[in-house]
Ligand binder design. Structure first.
Ligand code: CAA
Length: 246
């Protein structure tokens, strides 16, 4: 059987690393794309069990030309691209009153623009091979909004809208497009929330803990599987019951 080739943006980040590990464990050849991956971070990725075959590439998902080139390189080296996971994301939290236009642009460019920049080149080889799985990482804060996150919430809600629309466009070509909406996960992004706020959030989570990256990654791996071809345009929430506690 042909080995499936998977590209994970933000692949050296908190959730992205776990996604790479899960996809590798289920037999994918994984390419982790991230901003200026240091030798240390690449070594840490390769040291994870099952990830000896993983590659890391330097990619800014906000750069459309670089994304098109990265996809073209992967297809020329591996002959195909089966799975695309858009996991690259940033925060620039502040109330709208204090938010600078640059902080709006940065979050929209990466968290939503990155989907345009990678999905557009990726769907061409997927259509040609009649197979593809695209999984986009959204957020519970795209469902509920969050104080100080007009930029992030708008982008993450947009991730789901984008996924549903693209799902319709490529459903008949063997390609599924879904989003996953994590709650609060134990990553550097969430660790930067002031401790008192984190405590308040934790109190609201019915399962009584924040997510571990693997809690999210296993759902991505499920949606990326060949057997998940009848799931498209869906959003899978993985939030420990936080959504139902509001
Ligand atoms: N709800 C309601 N009011 C709030 C509030 C909240 N959550 N947080 C603060 N306020 C109030 C304050 O009490 C204060 O009121 P007064 O003016 O009456 O004193 C006012 O709003 C201003 O608050 P701050 O002084 O805190 O404003 P700030 O500009 O200094 O800080 C902030 C704003 C940076 C957004 C800060 O509130 C913050 O860090 N919030 C956390 C945001 C957050 O949860 N981000 C999630 C990151 S993780 C992630 O995004 C991953 C994922 O997908 C889940």
């Amino acid at each position: 059987m042909t080995q499936r080739i998977a590209l994970v943006s933000g692949g050296l980040g908190g959730i992205g690393t776990a996604i790479c590990q899960s996809l590798a464990a289920s037999g994918h050849h994984v390419i982790a794309a991230d901003l200026k991956p240091s030798d240390e971070r690449i070594a840490a990725l390769r040291a994870l069990p099952g990830l000896i075959e993983a590659e890391a590439i330097d990619l800014d998902v906000g750069d459309a030309d670089a994304c098109a080139q990265a996809v073209a390189d992967i297809v020329s080296r591996h002959g195909r691209l089966d799975v695309l996971v858009n996991s690259a994301g940033i925060t620039r939290d502040s109330t709208l009153r204090k938010m600078e236009r640059a902080h709006w642009d940065a979050v929209l460019d990466v968290n939503l623009g990155g989907l345009f920049n990678l999905c557009k080149p990726a769907i061409e080889p997927m259509i040609a091979q009649g197979y593809g799985r695209i999984v986009n990482i959204s957020s519970i804060n795209g469902q509920t909004g969050q104080f100080g996150q007009t930029n992030y919430a708008a982008a993450k809600a947009g991730v789901h809208g984008f996924s549903m629309a693209l799902a319709r466009e490529v459903a008949a070509k063997g390609i599924t497009v879904n989003s996953v909406a994590p709650g609060y996960c134990d990553t550097p992004m969430v660790q930067t929330i002031p401790a008192a706020m984190r405590e308040k959030i934790l109190e609201q989570i019915p399962v009584g803990r924040i997510a571990q990256p693997i809690d999210i990654a296993r759902v991505v791996d499920f949606l990326a599987a060949e057997g998940s071809g009848y799931i498209t345009g869906a959003m899978l929430p993985v939030n420990g019951g936080l959504f139902i506690s509001f």
